[in-house]
Write a protein that binds this ligand. Sequence first.
Ligand code: SAM
Length: 213
Amino acid sequence: MQPLSTNRATVSPPAGADQPFIAARFACLALATVCFSAAAGLEGSKMGQPLVAALPGTLAAAALAYRAKPALALTPPLTLDDVSIKEAPGKGEGLFARRRIEKGEFVMDYLGEEMDDAAVNERYRDLIEARYLLGLRGPLGLDQTWVDAVNPEKSNLGRYINHGRPASLRKVRQRFPDRRLRFFAARDLEVGDELTFDYGDDYWLGRENELRE
Ligand SMILES: C[S@@+](CC[C@H](N)C(=O)[O-])C[C@H]1O[C@@H](n2cnc3c(N)ncnc32)[C@H](O)[C@@H]1O
């Protein structure tokens, strides 16, 4: 887990920061395709053998390609130089752009206290009280890690991002090397635009009356 305090670093990320990851993904896929084609093109009538031989490498390259985007090092997260915390009518406080944020730019992760089911049950008798709690499912949805950003001292600016639909941020769920939710700009944001992500329908069950899209 990264440091949890609100990030006030002054470094601003360059625009279009997720383009290298898209390039990496395509490069890996291209490599996988080349390996596969080379193996499949080997002489002989037993096509099955080279195909089987190429399979592990192809799968590994495809997995790497799939994971490359979120797992590679990113530009620094946005700070209070780039965004501000302001009143968002009907939603409490929210996060707003202080400068133009370009589509594809890395915004930040959702950081907070990492908890297991037992810790969550101990903290909250009813999950409706858990307004800053995010569940990150593992492979096949078998286990779940919780991130609770209720404490501003143990979370980051991600806790101020309100729900929106359509959202101005795109979510990327990272599972490797650690589990986290990352935000990228889904479109160009102008100064004053609100940063939002889609919380999902489940979040609003029992809270329907509060919702302002
Ligand atoms: C993670 S917090 C977001 C930051 C919060 N607005 C604040 O002031 O700290 C989630 C809570 O914000 C409010 N909220 C977020 N998006 C909303 C929306 N679209 N409509 C109404 N309330 C919203 C709800 O109270 C929700 O439980």
